[in-house]
Design a protein. Structure first.
Length: 311
């Protein structure tokens, strides 16, 4: 059952189910399970996601009730579950394992259970704790790297520098998780795209995650980045810069990740397995850049489509 139909049935039956507001695009068909509410950090300068939600750890019993409700509606037939909100591994390891055990008991056919996680939280957890959570059935972690530049990470108040990103993500990989990292194209602005691309490639090469997923910065009202943009202290890169930045990033990558452009904010569909598809991916960027340099209408279309998709 799709999440939309599931939510509608819950609303129609007036059941109580805590439905999370965000999930990665790749979890569109996953059952959504809210273990915490909001973000315990909630300070990233580009992020509007949980600004109006006070961070809370949900009682384990309430999460189990949601699992029971979901089972009643789906008949226990789900293959993938996404655990929300932004950093649910901050709860006690024993509680995470208890929830995962209950979840797998209710849905025996589960093949994938994923969650957002902050690199700082992963760095702080012991490897034994992470292995316990992995053994209890959490399989993949979605982690926001955004950039590998220490200067930019500080400016956007990510709350973790490159070393924390590297240590947290490597530890997650050693514990057996699939590691999926998000990169925020454009966060260096017009002046900082080279540093952003090169430093991000360096950090990604040290981690060598299973997935690299890119999305393009869209300044959101109410965030510091939006304010910097309005004041003129941040210049939003245009499509040429975004593509040049992405080209430099891909050229700098030496690992074996799957690179995905699976977000509506992006200008071009650049996808592939590294290193095998690197030349093909770069050639898509070169072709798009060449067209942009010659065709004003194409440029306007590209910007217009991104704007519309974001609406
Ligand atoms: S980007 Fe992630 S860690 Fe940063 S405030 Fe948003 S939800 Fe929290």
């Amino acid at each position: 059952m799709s999440n939309f139909r599931f939510a509608r049935r819950l609303a129609m039956d007036e059941e109580s189910y805590d439905f999370p507001p965000f999930r990665p695009p790749s979890e569109a068909n996953s059952l959504l399970l809210r273990v915490t509410r909001g973000c315990p950090w909630n300070r990233c300068a580009f992020c509007p996601m949980y600004k109006h939600i006070k961070f809370e750890k949900r009682p384990v019993q309430a999460v189990k009730q949601d699992i029971d409700t979901a089972k009643a509606f789906t008949g226990g037939n789900a293959e993938t579950v996404f655990i929300a909100d932004s950093d649910s591994l901050v709860i006690k390891t024993e509680e995470t394992c208890e929830i995962l055990g209950y979840l797998h008991g209710a849905f025996p056919s589960l093949t994938k259970v994923t969650s957002y996680a902050r690199a700082l939280t992963l760095r702080r957890k012991s490897i034994e704790s992470l292995r316990k959570i992995r053994s209890a059935g959490l399989t993949r972690l979605h982690i926001g790297l955004e950039t590998g530049s220490s200067q930019l990470l500080r400016r956007i108040k990510k709350g973790a520098g490159p070393n924390t990103m590297i240590r947290g993500c490597i530890k997650a990989g050693e514990a057996g998780f699939e590691v999926s990292l998000y990169v925020l194209l454009g966060i260096g602005g017009e002046s900082g795209w080279q540093e952003h691309a090169l430093e991000t490639a360096k950090v990604l090469n040290k981690i060598d995650p299973d997935f690299i997923r890119v999305r393009t910065l869209t300044p959101q009202p109410g965030t510091p980045v939006f304010q910097w943009w309005n004041e003129g202290s941040f210049q939003m890169p245009g499509p040429e810069t975004m593509l040049k930045e992405q080209k430099a990033l891909i050229e700098g990558l030496t690992g074996t990740s799957r690179y995905l452009s699976d977000h509506v904010s992006n200008y071009a569909p650049i996808n592939g397995d590294l290193p095998a598809d690197k030349a093909k991916m770069l050639s898509v960027i070169d072709t798009t850049l060449e067209k942009l340099s010659k065709d004003e209408a194409f440029k306007a279309d590209l910007e217009g489509m991104r704007y519309l998709r974001n609406l």
